[in-house]
Ligand binder design. Sequence first.
Ligand code: GZL
Ligand code: ZN
Length: 311
Amino acid sequence: SDGGGDAAADGGGSDDTITMGFAQVGAESGWRTANTKNIQEAAAEAGVDLKFSDAQQKQENQIKAIRSYIQQKVDVIAFSPVVETGWDAVLQEAKRANIPVILTDRAVDSEDTSLYKTFLGSDFVEEGKKAGQWLVDNAADADVDGDGDINVVELQGTTGAAPAIDRKEGFEEVIAANGEISISQSQTGDFTRDGGKQVMEAFLQSEDDIDVVFAHNDDMGLGAIEAIEAAGLVPGEDVKIITIDAVKDGMTALSEGKINFIVECSPLLGPQLMDLAEKVLAGEEVPTRVVTEETTFTPEQAAEVLAERQY
Ligand code: GZL
Ligand code: ZN
């Protein structure tokens, strides 16, 4: 805060309360709703006055929200960029207004790293590699139709989003180790359950030797399960399924063997976000990159931890 002046001048909070403007992507997946809940709870816990907006996965809405936070002279802006590109102009405006910006969850492709103080989120390339490694390690089981080729169809996240670009990159890098594994079709399901279902229906109509589905998040994997079952096939057996996130519904399907492996992507970024905001506003140095801790789950491991999962 500006340490004084009238309330309107410092984003409406009292002098020492931090006012944060958060521009969220949307509410497209179980991961996103868990992320939103965690940020709101962490703000309340930290005594941060949170202004929150949901952009319905539209970049122009996120840019509008950031501009409104600049108008309101909030103390700090945080957001999860729905896609990597197109942020330089609005981030320049925040910089000119002397409002620090913190990136959470997804990255931007801006060359100018002075446009944000830090990026808190997962290493999505690593997540894609972990997914690919499971397939390489389980190649024999994954050739379900026994034709010697492990035919993968891929449900991509939102086109242009960092997790979609990077998960694909990591997965492809690792499966290249086994020439029998190839991706025959790859299409975006926009990180939604319905998107995953519709794309999987199309994949199933276009070829009948699908061995594996690699879905960039649980929600699209759950949609694919609906399409696979509607086609009279058994998910997890007739078609192996690998997803990323490890939200409750995904972990339940995993514990039931309908999904074969889940790479965790933690949405619980709230406490670290509030801590980073406090440090930035106190003029303390913060790391330019904070990578979230996360693991992987097999069906047996999911069954063990399902009851205690927070989201
Ligand atoms: C990843 C996050 C992705 C999740 C999806 O950090 O950006 O967006 O994997 C969510 O479930 O929609
Ligand atoms: Zn095969």
